[in-house]
Design a protein around this ligand. Sequence first.
Ligand code: ADE
Length: 458
Amino acid sequence: MNGGSPRHDLADAELAQSGARRIGYSERSMPLLEALAHRFSVERPFDGMTIAACLHVTAETAVLARVLVAGGAQVALAASNPLSTQDDIAAALAATGDVAVFARAGVDRRTYYEHIALALGAWGASGPDLVIDDGGDLVNTLHERLPRGGAVTTGGTIPPRPPLRTGGLPVPPSPPGPLTRTPLGGCEGTTTGVLRLRRMAAEGALAFPVIAASDTPAKRLVDNTHGTGQSVIDGLLRASGILLAGKTVVVAGFGSCGTGIAECARGLGARVLITEVDPVRALDAVLRGFRVLTLHEAAPLGEVFITATGSAEVITAEHMAVMRDGAILANAGHFDVEIDVRALESLAVVTHTGVRPHTDAYELPDGRRLLLLAEGRVVNLVAAEGHPPEVMDLAFGIEALALAWLAGNAEKLVSDVHPVPPDIDAEAARLVLAGLGAEIDSLTPAQRAYLASWRLGS
Ligand code: ADE
């Protein structure tokens, strides 16, 4: 690392013990990452390489960081959301001495971007060899620092920084100037981030190859559908404390995440209404027995609203104007742009913050109250702990395998968004199945021949 030893920006280094206990607990449910740690410690795919990561700072992320370190990498980590950081995990990871950690819960936007800049600058001006991102903020910030930079903006200039609290650890260096080297490649784990990268690539602004790890069939099924489905309902229930059975829940967006949320809510007895802009997804929802309607129609009906569109300005003042008293608003999308929180703030005559942890009540002129969870940020990571370790085992397993593949192959790839090589997806699923003790069949030679031939019919 720059100057020899890792540097950090933490809320409280004293929390390391509690963090280490929680990492150990999650680790036991992450057999794929455990297997990869063993394999990587022998194969050393990242020997001598540096990896800058921008991920939610959770116990599961700590397990991934250890796998990368086992593979020979030097790792610097910044948080991918200011509210999802678990300070004890950040402290525990920093205490290992192997990872530079720049993450404190609740930091403002400026410090959030500073932390990303610090992770990118952990090795001075040469920057990292590889990056792993969750939402695209690290890749975006990195492009601003590349020699030909300026192609992409993060939406504003970063104002001057306040003094950093380091929990007794060394004060990190100032954010670096321009980077002198383009990374070999990167990996992005969210649909939102991949959409951003595709827009960059389409404009010719992407300077290195990135693997879209959110796009594999295994990841979509396990992470987007089951992981998001369960953890969003977990966040909703922790924050609101409501009984979901019998409630009318409106899910905006029926992609793989919205599908999981809708199915989980229905499983707990909610009456679920779906809003969509895509006719095929809407048809899927109808055929699964959900009622599909416009958000305008759903607004006066819903008792709970959950956005999962990846788009912006989904729930607006127009919808808030006709919502029921006590309606709960939560966002499951990566960025806090799906619910128009500014509109809610300006409609409200009084705001009661913290009526429960992660729940604010907005009182409107006509006496109705609308309840906003997690400030409109991604509710499963802010009000709960994100996906369970079993889910992140597969998601991060795919990313670790993709990064290891990239370490050896990036130079052959053009600067674009690339799919995860299909055998990596299958390998990850196979290893998870093995960990679960589930065996599957193999094709017989006759079946292989049949499937390979166009001549054989009935
Ligand atoms: N994204 C969703 N859940 C997560 C978790 N538990 N850790 C890291 N990233 C996540």
